[in-house]
Ligand binder design. Structure first.
Ligand SMILES: NC(=O)c1ccc[n+]([C@@H]2O[C@H](COP(=O)([O-])OP(=O)(O)OC[C@H]3O[C@@H](n4cnc5c(N)ncnc54)[C@H](OP(=O)(O)O)[C@@H]3O)[C@@H](O)[C@H]2O)c1
Length: 322
């Protein structure tokens, strides 16, 4: 089968459009034919091996898996003898090992039936990003109706879902993004927007009950300044934090400070499970969220897709179609 592989950490020039063996399922595994594969910033981290801290998960000297990509929508083509509840032909979405390929291996606890109303590309844009947004807002911050929520990174993959889900929870949403993407953030349902290229988040003197921090690398003191006295700050991302730890130094400072202040400073570590995928599907079925797919790329163009994401040229999500 065709696949995008990498044998060492580096830039997109380390990627190869390859012919490799189609995987066969182990006892408790499922093989899926990939109809579409979602791209998110985690793919860049696994490709580059940066920050180095992330290599504890992906392999210290060289990448553990040779095929990139984790999110997908597709069809089950083979199941191991111990698998129950999943059958050949099922249309599913979720995460798998190496989805920038025609087939990928997964397990039943990482997949769920594909939402009926979505295209394969829209469904593939959901797993990592929508689940992260839902878990940040609902499980970590406990957002309820009328909360005022600030989403920093609102035009990105996670942020585009966060704006929609915060809206569905009844919150008043302010999205932070760059000038060309403000319209996209408004279209997703943000009540207010802040153009961070012109004013920073503290320019209006407002405070928010919940701040999701997923873009830029703002100091903890600035984030706390825009947070209500008893509000919750959720760190979930940020890309300019250096080669060793990325932005996680700020996260650690926040966690250490949290017990000593009235505000709640939290870190998101999201997990894509079958239950989380079913929760997202319920939001889709209720008409609360849709897949904000900006562009699709054919499989050989994965390097161009990753470069576009990294350069900030994607609004919402990019999806790979094998
Ligand atoms: N903790 C977790 O469990 C978890 C789960 C998923 C993802 N993540 C992390 O979350 C982050 C976002 O991932 P993603 O896939 O959504 O990436 P993405 O699609 O590239 O989105 C990044 C966002 O950051 C914004 N941004 C960049 N510089 C900014 C600045 N100075 N101020 C405000 N916003 C800025 C971008 O806005 P413009 O394009 O408008 O400039 C864009 O909306 C990444 O660091 C990723 O690793 C963490």
């Amino acid at each position: 089968m065709k696949a995008i592989t990498h044998a060492r950490y580096g830039n997109t020039d380390t990627l190869t459009f390859d012919d490799i063996a189609t995987p066969a399922p182990g006892d408790d595994q499922v093989v899926v034919a990939v109809d579409a594969a979602g791209l998110d910033m985690g793919v860049w981290h696994r490709m580059s091996g940066l920050p180095y801290l992330a290599r504890t998960d992906s392999g210290l000297r060289r990448p553990r898996g040779s095929v990139l990509g984790s999110d997908f929508a597709g069809r089950v083509t083979a199941v191991g003898p111990a698998v129950v509840g999943v059958a050949i032909g099922d249309e599913v979405f979720g995460t798998a090992d190496g989805t920038f390929a025609e087939h990928a291996i997964t397990t039943p606890d990482r997949i769920a039936p594909r939402p009926r109303t979505l295209s394969a590309a829209e469904a593939a844009s959901l797993p990592t990003s929508a689940v992260a947004a839902l878990q940040a807002l609902r499980d970590v911050a406990g957002v309820t109706a009328n909360d005022r929520v600030l989403v920093i990174g609102a035009s990105g993959g996670v942020g585009s879902y966060a704006v929609q889900i915060a809206n569905a929870l009844g919150a008043h949403v302010t999205g932070v993004a760059s000038t060309p993407k403000l319209g996209h953030v408004r279209d997703l349902g943000a009540h207010d927007v802040i153009d961070y290229t012109r004013h920073d988040i503290d320019s209006t003197g407002e405070t928010w009950d919940v701040v999701l921090d997923g873009g830029g690398n703002r100091p903890v003191r600035l984030l706390r300044r825009v947070l209500d006295e008893h509000g919750t700050l959720v760190f979930y991302g940020g890309e300019q934090g250096g080669r060793w730890t990325g932005g996680t130094g700020r996260w650690l400072r926040g966690l250490l400070l949290s017990p000593f202040v009235s505000q709640h400073l939290r870190v998101l570590a999201s997990t894509v499970s079958r239950d989380a995928l079913l929760d997202v599907t319920r939001l889709i079925d209720a008409g609360h969220i849709e897949g904000p797919v900006d562009r699709t790329f054919p499989l050989p163009d994965v390097p161009a897709a990753i470069d576009a994401l990294r350069a900030g040229r994607i609004r919402g999500k990019a999806v790979i179609v094998p």
